[in-house]
Design a protein around this ligand. Structure first.
Ligand code: TXA
Ligand code: MG
Length: 384
């Protein structure tokens, strides 16, 4: 259902708040329209944060549940105090260290924004993006901009303008297109309204980065990341939820990043395949058997592979390897490559040509934790 013509402004080179495309997009934002824009993580879908009418449009076009709050994007660190209060000293330390950049902090909110932004919560999520287009756009409107990732709810986040248009063409006023985004996974979300400060969503700013800035005992991962990595996560038993295990970011409870083809994630404890150890050989035999069974049933498999694994898999799987549709996700040893390509690869999975996607796990630490967090949500099956 197309309702409007979505404008696409292509930006190259230097940008500033005075750039004609930024001014045009900013004027539309101020009129209450939605504008998609690149950040250094993924593309965001912006609305002026003090306009309930504009913010409501975000929920409508994304099909986003109303209880999932939005991140408020600001251009300058100093303006954090305009949307939040009781800001701990350590929040300023983190902002000085990591902003602008891929970190979102949850603080006590001030009631200056539309209550739709925070889904009625007393807290507010704040982020100062580093992308010059994002910063110029926010600076040009001189107001906070509420922006979730610019995908339809449940789909992988957009890392290219094309992804945004796949999901939202005809439903938003415009998109500022500055090519693919840098990190490829969304910002780290840190709740600073609790102590120890708690990571609700892992991202490029890692646990050890945050502990390095504030001290080890002062930052932790949310308990939902305490899974034994080799064990399939059990279905959550609501009756057994304690305050600590209930997801604190409302977004944590929804299915996310789902590709159009079912994805199986093989954890193998995040181990690499290059050791030639007994473990690895046994694992490769299990993989081969699983692939052979599926191939015999006519299942068309897309294999999302790390570059270093390709020769090993080729040797271990033999003829079965030739039947796989192999998609390179970058090097295991360079998780930033995997993060950058992940959503693009997930979005490229086409049910017309493939029935099942397979991917091996990474070690769940550093940026690998962020990647695996997204993969666990994207997967319909997780195998130890
Ligand atoms: O990198 C990013 O963060 C991107 C770019 C566009 O900035 N944005 C993004 O927004 O990923 P979104 O809406 O897709 O994810 C925001 C997450 C959700 O999980 C939401 O539940 C959580 O932040 N969140 C927002 N406000 C919150 C609050 N007050 N308390 C707890 N969680 C909050
Ligand atoms: Mg999102």
């Amino acid at each position: 259902m197309k309702q409007m013509k979505t404008k696409r402004w292509q930006l190259h080179g230097l940008v500033s708040p005075d750039h004609p495309f930024i001014r045009e997009a900013g004027a539309l934002l101020l009129q209450g329209e939605l504008i998609a824009f690149p950040t250094e993580t993924v593309y965001g879908l912006g609305a002026i944060a003090d306009s309930g009418e504009a913010v409501q449009k975000i929920f409508n076009v994304k099909g986003r549940p109303a209880d999932n709050p939005l991140i408020v994007h600001l251009a300058e660190i100093e303006t954090v105090a305009t949307v939040a209060e009781d800001i701990p000293e350590e929040a300023w330390v983190l902002l000085e260290t990591f902003a602008p950049g891929p970190l979102t902090i949850i603080l006590k909110g001030k009631s200056v924004l539309s209550p739709l932004v925070t889904a009625g919560l007393p807290s507010v999520a704040v982020r100062i993006p580093a992308h010059p287009v994002a910063r110029s756009l926010i600076a040009s409107v001189k107001k906070p901009v509420a922006a979730p990732s610019a995908n339809r709810s449940g789909r992988p986040s957009p890392t290219r303008a094309e992804h945004v248009l796949q999901d939202l063409d005809g439903r938003i006023a415009g998109i500022l297109d500055a090519g693919p985004t840098g990190y490829g996974v969304e910002s780290t979300v840190l709740d600073m309204t609790v102590f120890p400060y708690t990571i609700l969503r892992p991202g490029a700013v890692t646990l050890s980065d945050l502990q390095g800035a504030l001290g080890e005992g002062r930052v932790r991962l949310h308990r939902s990341f305490d899974f034994a990595p080799t064990v399939q996560e059990p279905e959550r038993d609501e009756a057994k939820d304690t305050e600590d295990t209930v997801p604190r970011a409302p977004g944590m409870k929804y299915r996310h990043y789902a590709p159009d083809v079912p994805l199986t994630l093989w954890l193998f404890n995040g181990k690499t395949l290059d050791s030639g150890s007994y473990d690895v050989r046994t694992y490769l035999m299990r993989l081969k058997a699983a692939f052979q069974t599926m191939v015999a049933e006519g299942v068309r498999i897309s294999f999302l592979a790390y570059e270093e694994d390709l020769p090993i898999l080729k040797a271990a799987l033999g003829d079965t390897f030739k039947t796989l549709h192999v998609l390179n996700v970058g090097r295991r040893s360079h998780p930033e490559e995997v993060a950058r390509s992940l959503y693009d690869v997930l979005r490229s999975l086409d049910p017309e040509v493939t029935d099942r996607a397979m991917m091996l796990g990474l070690r769940e630490e550093g940026l690998g934790l962020a990647i695996m967090n997204r993969l666990r949500k994207a997967a319909s099956e997780v195998i130890a």
